[in-house]
Design a protein around this ligand. Structure first.
Ligand code: MG
Length: 442
C-alpha cells in the first residue's frame, strides 16, 4: 500500500472535528480522542493473523471507470433457493434464500448479476419481492435502451429513486460484470485489484447449544480458519461468548449483534472489552451513527459497522464521527460495486480497515463479492462461503469452492476468466424462479 504523509489526513481531521462539534460529540472528552486516534488499520492485538492479506505489490490505482455500453435488454428473476438448514440470526430464521438475479445484454455480450436482500425486510428495509417490484416497475425501465458510460453514470441515472440500495445493486453489479466481459478481463482486475486470493473466516449463527457451538468453533480453527464470527443476541450473548473464549483463549473472535442493542446497554459492551474481541459488529440500531460514536468512545474494542452504512455519504459521516474502526462492505447493501469501491477507497484514506460481508447469495453473487474482496484495503478475512455451506445444489454454476492459502488457511480465489466465471444453471433457474420480467430496447 502506498505510504501517505501526515499532511494527507489533515483535511479529514479538520472535517471530523467540525462534524463532531456539530453533533455534540466533542463534549465526550478524552476517551473519544483516544478511540479515534488511529495510526493504521487496526490489527487485532490478540493475533497476527488478522492482517495477513496485504498485497505484496504496490497499490495500483483503479482503472478508469469508463466503459460505455448500450443496454439492449434486462431480464429479472426473483428466486427462492432452499437452504440445507435454516439460517438463524438476531432477525429470525430463513429456510430459503430469496434473491434477485439479473441478465443484461449489450450487443453480443451478456452478463449475470445478483442482489440478495433476504426474504423479509429485517436485515434492511428491503426484501427480495420488493426489490424485484422496484426493479420491474422503476429501475430496469429507466436503464434499458440507454447508453451507460460508467458505474457513476448508472448511479446518477437512478439517484432520483430514493433508497432501494439492493435493487440498485442488482443493476450496478450486473453492469460491472458485463463491462468486464466486454473487455475480456476478470471483474476483480477491472475493479483495480492486485491480488487473486483472499482469506475467509468462519461464521456461527445461533445454535441449539453452547456445546454444539464449541465443537463447531474447534473444528473451524483446526481447519485453519483465521477468525471466527459469532452471532450475538439476547439469550445467546455474554455467557455464550465467555464459554467460547475460555475454550479458545487465543482465537481471533468477533461478534455480530445485527443492530439488536441500544446505547443503554453500554455497561454490557464495556464488559466485553475483557474478551479481547477483534471487533463488535453492528452493536446498535441499523440507522444509527451517533450512538455508535458514543459507544466507540467508551470502549476499547473496535466497532465494525454493517447495516448502518448504506451509502458513500453515510460511510463518510461514520468516519467523521468516529462511529467505527472497521467497515463490513456488502455490495448489495450499498447500492452495488460502484459505491462499494468508493467506500473502500474512502476507508483506505481514513485508515479504516474493511472486509467483505455476504448475504445468502448463490455462487453468482458470491463471485461478485469475491471479486470485490480482492481490493487491497480488505484486510480482515471475508464472509464468503462455499456453496456447500448453504446449498445442496447451488443455483450458480460452477459452485463456489474454497482453496488453501500458503499457510493452509481457507481462501477464495477470483476466477481468471472474463467477468466472474459463473452464471445460473438454466434448468435450476426455471425451477426456483418465483417471478420474472423482461425489458428490451425498442
Ligand atoms: Mg453483520
Amino acid at each position: 500500500m502506498a505510504e501517505r504523509s501526515e499532511f494527507d489526513h489533515r483535511p479529514h481531521e479538520r472535517r471530523r472535528a467540525g462534524f463532531r462539534q456539530k453533533v455534540g460529540l466533542a463534549a465526550l472528552g478524552p476517551p473519544y480522542e483516544t478511540a479515534v486516534n488511529l495510526q493504521s488499520p487496526i490489527p487485532n492485538p490478540q493475533s497476527p493473523t488478522t492482517n495477513p492479506q496485504s498485497p505484496t505489490t504496490n497499490h495500483q490505482p483503479p482503472t478508469t471507470n469508463h466503459y460505455p455500453m448500450h443496454l439492449d435488454s434486462i431480464d429479472l428473476f426473483h428466486v427462492a433457493m432452499p437452504l440445507i438448514s435454516p439460517w438463524r440470526t438476531a432477525y429470525g430464521e430463513d429456510a430459503v434464500a430469496e434473491s434477485v438475479l439479473v441478465r443484461m445484454r449489450s450487443g453480443e455480450h451478456e452478463a449475470w448479476g445478483e442482489s440478495s436482500p433476504l426474504a423479509a425486510p429485517c436485515y434492511s428495509a428491503e426484501w427480495a419481492g420488493g426489490v424485484f417490484a422496484c426493479l420491474r416497475d422503476w429501475l430496469a425501465p429507466a436503464l434499458v435502451g440507454q447508453w451507460i458510460e460508467s458505474g457513476e453514470d448508472l448511479q446518477r441515472r437512478l439517484a432520483h429513486f430514493k433508497g432501494n440500495f439492493f435493487a440498485k445493486a442488482a443493476l450496478d453489479n450486473t453492469w460491472w460484470v458485463l463491462a468486464a466481459k466486454r473487455r475480456g478481463v476478470p471483474l476483480h482486475r477491472l475493479l483495480g485489484a492486485t491480488r487473486d486470493a483472499v482469506d475467509v473466516g468462519a461464521d456461527f449463527g445461533v445454535l441449539d447449544s453452547i456445546d454444539e457451538l464449541i465443537r463447531g468453533v474447534g473444528l473451524a480453527l483446526d481447519d485453519g480458519f483465521p477468525r471466527v464470527k459469532l452471532k450475538f443476541r439476547p439469550g445467546w450473548d455474554v455467557s455464550m461468548l465467555r464459554a467460547v473464549r475460555q475454550e479458545f483463549p487465543d482465537a481471533t473472535l468477533h461478534i455480530d449483534c445485527n443492530s439488536f442493542y441500544r446505547i443503554r446497554q453500554l455497561d454490557m459492551f464495556c464488559r466485553l472489552d475483557d474478551f479481547g474481541l477483534a471487533m463488535i459488529e453492528q452493536p446498535l440500531a441499523h440507522d444509527d451513527l451517533i450512538d455508535h460514536a458514543r459507544l466507540q468512545a467508551a470502549i476499547r474494542t473496535p466497532i465494525c459497522l454493517d447495516e448502518s452504512i448504506a451509502s458513500v455519504e453515510q460511510a463518510e459521516q461514520a468516519i467523521d464521527l468516529g462511529s467505527c474502526r472497521w467497515m463490513n462492505i456488502k455490495p448489495g447493501r450499498v447500492g452495488g460495486l460502484t459505491n462499494a469501491v468508493a467506500i473502500h477507497n474512502l476507508c483506505r484514506e481514513a485508515k479504516i480497515g474493511c472486509w467483505v460481508g455476504g448475504m445468502l447469495e448463490s455462487a453468482v453473487g458470491a463471485r461478485i463479492n469475491t471479486a470485490l474482496a480482492m481490493l487491497d484495503n480488505f484486510i480482515y478475512p471475508a464472509d464468503i462461503f462455499p456453496s456447500s455451506r448453504f446449498y445442496h445444489d447451488d443455483l450458480g454454476r460452477p459452485p463456489l469452492e474454497l482453496s488453501r492459502g500458503p499457510r493452509g488457511q481457507p481462501q477464495v480465489v477470483a476466477a481468471d476468466l472474463p467477468g466472474i466465471g459463473a452464471e445460473p444453471d438454466a434448468e435450476r433457474l426455471e425451477k426456483l424462479c418465483r417471478q420474472r420480467a423482461s425489458f428490451e430496447s425498442s
